[in-house]
Design a protein around this ligand. Structure first.
Ligand code: PGA
Length: 256
């Protein structure tokens, strides 16, 4: 199965109008060299419209970092509806990032509802899963991944993965400079794909599974060379045009 690489920049809570403009302009200038790669930028929601304007006419997609679990507008102070993200030019949205799970109490159930809400409003969700250091050290990596994925499979059915992407992000590798080894990443990705394949082999083989957690220009190529690694969800390194482009170029080099 030939899966196109996806490299997504998760800016998290970083940036300003001036910084974003410089960053997006740097990225768009180098993007034509990575035409085989799908590129995606996920800025903070207040900057989506301005980044969308800058991306107009390019092939770079725009995504939100989070969305409400609601599917209709209403009295939910501070929340952002999936339809509003679409209205601002988003095609994608990150769902269940470990920072949302850890700091904002998003349970597996809430994450599953957000994924469903995203799809109901025409957005392509990127579902984040991953184990903590404690879970890895106690040998619970697979059971954590299985629990997180099963919550979504139970709530939304395997068919939802025909229009979704998974990001495997070991919590201990996010923003720490510690990257999963290529073997650890490949094993986790294969485990996730196999879980989907138990329910639908065709969906499993076309599903993209991104790796996230301290991806940088120096380790991207070896991660992307793994059979089940179909791109990356990039945090820190997506804030520098040069680094983000170098990572996209590493994916380009592995593209058929
Ligand atoms: P990092 O973040 O690349 O800074 O480790 C990745 C993520 O949290 O998506």
């Amino acid at each position: 199965m030939n899966r196109r690489y996806l490299v997504a920049g998760n800016w998290k809570m970083n940036g300003s109008s001036a910084q974003n403009e410089a960053l997006v302009s740097g990225i768009t200038q180098g993007a034509s060299a990575c035409s085989a790669v799908e590129m995606l930028i996920c800025p903070p929601s207040v900057y989506l419209s301005s980044v969308a304007e800058q991306l107009a006419g390019t092939d770079i997609a725009l995504g939100g970092q989070n969305l409400s679990d609601q599917t209709k507008a209403g009295a939910f102070t501070g929340e952002v509806l999936g339809g509003m993200l679409k209205d601002c030019g988003c095609s994608h949205v990150i769902v269940g990032h470990s920072e949302r799970r850890a700091y904002y109490g998003e349970s597996d159930e809430v994450v599953a509802n957000k994924l469903k809400a995203a799809q109901a409003q025409g957005l392509h969700p990127i579902l984040c899963v991953g184990e903590t250091l404690q879970a890895r050290e106690s040998g619970d990596t697979e059971s954590v991944l299985e629990r997180q994925l099963t919550a979504v499979l139970d709530a939304a059915g395997v068919a939802c993965f025909a229009g979704a992407t998974i990001a495997y992000e070991p919590v201990w590798a996010i923003g720490t400079g510690k990257t999963a080894s290529t073997e650890q990443a490949q094993a986790a990705h294969a485990f996730l794909r196999d879980l989907i394949a138990l329910q639908d082999a065709k969906i499993a083989s076309s599903l993209r599974i991104l790796y996230g957690g301290s991806v940088k220009p120096s380790n991207a190529a070896e991660l992307f060379a793994q059979k089940d690694v179909d791109g990356g969800l990039i945090g820190g390194a997506s804030l520098k045009a040069e680094d983000f482009l170098a990572i996209c170029n590493a994916a380009q080099a592995h593209s058929a």
